[in-house]
Structure formats: structure tokens, C-alpha cells
Design a protein around this ligand. Structure first.
Ligand code: HEM
Length: 209
């Protein structure tokens, strides 16, 4: 049977999926995202965490990926949807990719997360009403276009012709991106507590002066 190349699973993506599926399962299992997303009292803090991940991530990848033909890096970015949730707070630094190939490995994780986001957005119908995007725009990703955009990304990844030596770096970059996500989003309470602890210690020091 004649199968068009765009319908075949991308080899780079197959390797990336195999190398990150344990990390994906861990994030998915421990995120406990629905209660946080569905509760208006908890949602703002969660969205701030997403902002603290996606805004620095896109800024870090942009120098490597903005000029890549056929990728539409700017059009893919969901960071503009999150800017208003930051409120002037300093954002953590995202790892800096050493090459375009590493940046593509990182973008694999960011783009893949639109697939999960779409599933999560569907589960919020009871809050926002079926068929609406307002209120869950970030998680809706590209709505009905999400699958097409993902396949277009995989095609572009394949055309990057990443050789065996570079492949290890791409995989490490994707794994590092999952680790960054875990640190800033999943551990949001822990990280906040740690920051508050540091702030308290700084206050104590000032009082002692
Ligand atoms: C509770 C949260 C999540 C759920 C329920 C979820 C669910 C899913 C689902 C159902 C898919 C496959 C979609 C399809 O094949 O059409 C998927 C793929 C993917 N997700 Fe998630 N996800 C979640 C969180 C995340 C996060 C936080 C990240 C990254 C930071 C992520 C990265 C990916 C990637 C890279 C893929 C593509 C895997 C592949 O190569 O096929 N996901 N996710």
C-alpha cells in the first residue's frame, strides 16, 4: 500500500516518545490538574505556573527557531495568552538550547502538551459550556486545528534530518524540558513554599539588623 510520508510516524518523534514516555506518565499521573483547573480559587496560581514555564521557554527557543522555514514558531507560541497572568513578577530562566536541533527537542514537549491540553479543555465543558473556548483558551491550544498543527510539527522535525549523534542531544533536551515542567508546574506548592521560606528568612535577617 502506498502511504504518504506525512501519515507515517516520524522516526525522530518515535525516538522522542520512547525516551520521554515515562516522564510523561509521571507528569500526567501526579499533576492532579483537574481539581486545580476547575476550582476558581486554585486556577490563577496554576495558570501563573504555566506562565512561568511557557513564557521563558518560548523566549529561550525563539533565537533558534524563529527563522526555521515551515515551522511557524511565532504562530505556535501560546506565551502571549499567558502574559497577563504574570503581574510583573520575575520569571525563572528556562534552559538555553545549544543548537537548533536541541531547540526542536524542547519544542516537541511544548507542542505535545497541546494534545494533553485539548483533552483537559474538553473536561471543562461543565464550567464554560460545550463548544466555547473563552475561559480555557490556553488549554484549548489550537482547538480543531490542534491535530493538524501537531502533524505539521512532526513533519518539520523529520525534515530537520537529525543524525544519530545529534539525536542524543535532542532527546536530552526534551527530557530536560519535562524536568523543567515538573519543577515549575507540578511542584508549584513546594516551590512557592520554598520561596516564601526564603522571603521570611530575609525578613528575619532585616529585623535582626
Ligand atoms: C494531566 C495532564 C496531561 C494529559 C491528560 C495528557 C494527555 C496526553 C494525551 C492524551 C496525549 C496523546 C494525544 C494523541 O495522541 O492524540 C499526549 C501527548 C503528549 N503530551 Fe501530554 N498530557 C498531559 C500533560 C502533558 C505535559 C505537562 C506535557 C509536557 C510538558 C505533555 C507532553 C506531551 C507530549 C510531548 C505528547 C506527544 C507524545 C507523542 O509523541 O505522541 N503532556 N498527552
Amino acid at each position: 500500500m502506498d502511504v504518504s510520508p506525512s501519515l507515517q510516524p516520524s522516526r525522530a518523534a518515535t525516538r522522542l516518545r520512547a525516551a520521554t514516555e515515562t516522564l510523561h506518565r509521571r507528569v500526567e499521573a501526579s499533576l492532579d490538574i483537574m481539581p486545580r483547573l476547575a476550582d476558581p480559587a486554585l486556577r490563577p496560581a496554576l495558570i501563573r505556573r504555566y506562565a512561568a514555564f511557557h513564557i521563558p521557554a518560548d523566549a529561550s527557543l525563539a533565537p533558534h527557531l524563529e527563522g526555521v522555514p515551515g515551522l511557524d514558531f511565532r504562530g505556535r507560541s501560546r506565551a502571549p495568552l499567558l502574559g497577563r497572568f504574570v503581574g510583573g513578577r520575575p520569571l525563572p530562566a528556562f534552559p538555553v538550547p545549544a543548537s537548533r536541533a536541541e531547540a526542536l527537542g524542547m519544542l516537541y514537549v511544548l507542542e505535545g502538551s497541546t494534545l494533553g491540553g485539548r483533552e483537559l479543555a474538553k473536561r471543562l465543558d461543565h464550567l464554560f459550556g460545550p463548544g466555547t473556548i473563552a475561559g480555557r483558551r490556553f488549554f484549548s491550544g489550537r482547538a480543531a486545528d490542534t491535530g493538524r498543527a501537531w502533524r505539521a510539527f512532526l513533519d518539520r522535525l523529520e525534515r530537520a534530518e537529525i543524525d544519530a549523534a545529534t539525536s542524543a542531544e535532542v532527546i536530552a533536551a526534551a527530557q530536560e524540558t519535562f524536568a523543567a515542567f515538573e519543577q515549575w508546574v507540578e511542584d508549584w506548592e513546594g516551590a512557592d513554599a520554598q520561596r516564601q521560606g526564603l522571603a521570611r528568612r530575609a525578613d528575619d535577617d532585616r529585623e535582626r539588623l
